[in-house]
Design a protein around this ligand. Structure first.
Ligand code: SF4
Length: 291
């Protein structure tokens, strides 16, 4: 359980290090530095062990986020069951648990999630940044989009709070409105986050765009080399307008914890999420000149 620096705060829990989903844009590959791995990100997995949590109540009221730098429901969870174990240990903790995944393996634990939902505030989030399975296949080795959406639906119908995390939003490729219509009746929240290109994977993604979407190269050059934010600022306005049209709230921070009316998910603006922390839905980001 590590104190998290993500905008939501709380504790980050990663029962594994490394992630077989191997997303091309994975920011978590920096974890290799801490573990001494030299293999490609996605080709190894460290399985953690830990002494039993004997006093889960110490996490009461705390946010506990599972899967910040490794998907806890990666395919090897089927064999090792470490994510299931941590959930069982936190069953009576009273924590606010968030599971972030790109997998439908969550459904294996549906009964456990129902139980957890009685005694904790539970949220399950699936990352979906496209409805196009071919683009998804190019990007990651996780569950297909149809399988993720089906898992989201079943968990939502089990009375559990769900999130569709539209992330990362690929300029010119991710269609926020199409995804909104597909998920609006099966999630409480829609999170929006821009594609952020840092470190080694910037070249990987730029090369991919050059090869598969050459018409988008000038746009990516503007955003990621010249640091022009107008594309995402316009997208932010379009998302706010979409929310207005469908009677959904548009906020910059998902707190306080709440459920949305069916068909009217809350849209959460995590574009440039490093500016979100502490904004408490004031709409005023930390960066000067934005409001
Ligand atoms: S699922 Fe998350 S942690 Fe795993 S490779 Fe993809 S972005 Fe990285």
């Amino acid at each position: 359980m590590t104190k998290s620096s993500a905008p939501l705060g709380g504790y980050a829990v990663n029962p594994y290090v490394g992630c077989p989903h191997a997303c091309r844009y994975c920011y978590a590959s920096f974890m290799k530095r801490f573990t001494g791995h030299t293999e490609a990100w996605g080709s190894f997995l460290d399985v953690k062990n830990w002494p039993p949590i004997t006093n889960p109540r110490r996490y009461a009221g705390q946010k506990v986020i599972i899967g910040t730098v490794t998907d806890g429901y990666n395919p090897l969870e089927e064999r090792y069951g470490k994510t299931r174990r941590i959930l069982e240990e936190l069953k009576d903790s009273g924590a606010e648990i968030l599971i972030c995944t790109k997998s439908d393996l969550v459904l294996r634990d549906l009964e456990l999630l129902r139980e957890l939902n009685q005694s904790t505030r539970l949220t399950v989030s699936w990352s979906v940044n496209t409805l196009d399975e071919a683009f998804k296949e190019d990007m990651d080795a996780a569950s297909g989009i149809a399988a993720r959406l089906e898992a989201m639906k079943q968990v939502y119908e089990a009375g559990i709070r769900t999130v569709c995390f539209i992330s990362p939003v690929f300029p010119g490729i991710t269609d926020i409105e199409a995804i909104f219509h597909r998920v609006k009746d099966q999630c409480d929240l829609i999170w929006l986050e821009n594609l952020n290109l840092r470190g080694g994977f910037k070249k990987t993604v730029m090369d991919y765009i050059g090869e598969k979407y050459p018409a988008l190269v000038p746009l990516y050059d503007e955003i990621y080399n010249k640091r022009n934010r107008s594309y995402f600022e316009l997208l932010e306005q379009q998302a706010a307008e979409l929310a207005r049209r469908y009677d959904c709230r548009f906020v910059d921070n998902e707190t306080p914890y709440e459920r949305a009316e069916p068909g009217h998910p809350i849209l959460v603006d995590y574009f440039y999420h490093e500016e979100v922390r502490g904004t408490e839905n004031t709409g005023v980001r930390k960066k000067k000149g934005r409001g």
